[in-house]
Design a protein around this ligand. Structure first.
Ligand code: R5P
Length: 308
């Protein structure tokens, strides 16, 4: 038996996971003190040996200290195996020292989480120069792939899709999604000159002019990668593009920019809650989490509002 514990903002997703296997669901309460420190409280105190903390890790810096305290407190209170479900896993993009003196955050973050948890389930982490989680994580990690759910969403919602990868790194999931749909796909090339300065080159797409372009990327953060692709696509294609991200961070004015650049529709997986999170991956995450904690295979996961 296990108990799921939702960090703030993760209650709906945690409940979906707990219900899938008939397990209990509690919460990690985080109280901010006036001095900027926080008090973490586990509710209820664990009555099962296995505890699973659910915490998506967008905007990670404010979440990490309470998360590490929660893991340690669960152990002090009797949990013997503590897992982490982080549908979005932060810091995977800073995977090398691009300039002298920079931190390789992916490795440091992996060490922090590996020291606190026994296992981790996440959805499509940004594996680029790091090819496998085990290259940086020493805990047991399981990766859930969103491609089947994304392909099913496109099949149900988009007529005659042309799948477009907005940069070389997206080729891995774009190819997977396109093959599942038996749809054509192309991949742009991208050069990034700064956080919000991106240039792309779209390959020839004239033969698919009548298709609906569907951009698929893992992360939509500043939105600039999608925006530059949208600009190129709207000039060349007859139909307005659809944007799909596995993880919708939508930093600052990203959504406004995406709409202004011509996005017909913007949809993400529910790895980060929000109104665009319409592709439900909870069943796949539940299957992976239950396999790692040794509990019975989950039932079908009931979708619910993930804004909690
Ligand atoms: C990077 O390589 C990722 O796959 C995404 O393309 C990138 O993180 C998107 O970032 P932004 O929305 O800031 O352009």
């Amino acid at each position: 038996m296990s108990t799921f514990y939702a960090m703030p903002g993760n209650a709906a997703f945690a409940r979906q996971l707990a219900r899938a296997g008939g397990q209990a669901c509690g919460a990690v309460q985080v109280h901010p003190f006036p001095d900027g420190e926080t008090m973490v409280r586990i509710e209820p105190v664990p009555a099962t040996p296995a505890a699973i903390v659910v915490c998506t890790l967008d905007h990670p810096d404010a979440k990490v200290v309470p998360l590490l305290m929660a893991a340690a407190t669960l152990r002090e209170l009797g949990a013997t195996r503590v897992g982490l479900v982080a549908p979005y896993l932060a810091y995977m993009r800073q995977d090398q020292r691009f300039e002298p003196g920079q931190a390789v955050s992916a490795r440091i973050f992996a060490r922090l989480l590996s020291g606190a948890f026994d296992w981790l389930v996440t959805v499509d982490p940004h594996l680029h120069r790091i090819h496998r989680m085990s290259e940086v994580y020493t805990l047991e990690a399981r990766v859930v792939h969103a491609a089947p759910r994304i392909a099913a969403w496109i099949a149900a919602n988009v007529e005659q899709p042309l799948i477009v990868g907005p940069d070389g790194e997206s080729a891995q999931w774009v190819g997977d999604v396109a093959r599942r749909l038996d749809a054509p796909f192309v991949v742009s090339t991208k050069e990034r000159y700064g956080d919000r300065d991106v240039r792309i080159r779209l390959p020839g797409i004239a033969q698919w002019k009548a298709h609906t372009p569907v951009l698929v990327d893992d992360i939509v953060s500043s939105g600039r990668t999608m925006v530059e692709n949208l600009k190129a696509l709207t000039v060349q294609m007859a139909r307005k593009p659809v944007c799909i991200g596995v993880h919708g961070i939508f930093a600052q004015d990203a959504l406004d920019r995406l709409h202004a650049a011509g996005a017909e529709r913007i949809v993400t997986c529910n790895t980060i809650p929000g109104s665009h999170a319409q592709i439900d991956v909870a069943a796949d995450v539940a299957a992976a989490a239950y396999a790692l904690c040794g509990d019975a295979a989950p039932q079908a996961v009931q979708p619910e509002d993930t804004k909690a």
